[in-house]
Design a protein around this ligand. Structure first.
Ligand code: ZN
Length: 138
C-alpha cells in the first residue's frame, strides 16, 4: 500500500475537498457570481473576487495536459514508488489539477499528452485520506 503524504489540518479551504476524497468524490468549486470554475480550493473567486464559491463533484475524467517522470525520490512516502509520473490533468469540467498517472507499466513510455484518464482514489498506509490519481481509460 502506498505511503504518500497526507493533508495537514486544520486547513479550512481544502477540508471539503479531502472529505470528498474519502467518499470517492473529486470535488471542485464554481463561483456563484461569475460561474467561473475554481481549482484548487479557495475562499474567494480568483476571477471576480466573490466569496460565493459552491462545491461540485467532477465526473473524474479528463486529459493529460502535460507530465514529467520522477525517476528517484528519496523522501519517505515516495522512495518505494520507483519511477512515477507527476501530471497536470485537464478535467472535463474545465479545471486543471496536478496529480499523477498510475497503472502503467512504464511511465516514461506509456503516458502521453492528450491521453484520456479517469480519477481513482489510492488508499494510503498511514492516514485516512486517499490520494486522487489518474489511470488511463481503455
Ligand atoms: Zn467569480
Amino acid at each position: 500500500m502506498a505511503k504518500r503524504p497526507q493533508p495537514r489540518f486544520p486547513e479550512p479551504h481544502t477540508e471539503p475537498f479531502w472529505e470528498g476524497a474519502k467518499q470517492g468524490e473529486l470535488r471542485y468549486q464554481r463561483c456563484a457570481a461569475c460561474e467561473g470554475v475554481v481549482f484548487y480550493p479557495r475562499q474567494h473567486c480568483p476571477a471576480c473576487g466573490a466569496d460565493e464559491l459552491e462545491w461540485l463533484v467532477s465526473k473524474g475524467e479528463g486529459t493529460v495536459y502535460t507530465f514529467s517522470v520522477v525517476r528517484q525520490n528519496r523522501m519517505p512516502g515516495f522512495i518505494d514508488l520507483g519511477a512515477y509520473s507527476v501530471a497536470y490533468v485537464d478535467l472535463d469540467e474545465g479545471f486543471r489539477m496536478m496529480s499523477g498517472v498510475i497503472g502503467v507499466e512504464n511511465p516514461t513510455t506509456d503516458i502521453a499528452i492528450g491521453q484520456r484518464v479517469r480519477v481513482e482514489f489510492e488508499e494510503q498506509e498511514e492516514g485516512e485520506y486517499p490520494i486522487p490519481l489518474f489511470r488511463p481509460i481503455g
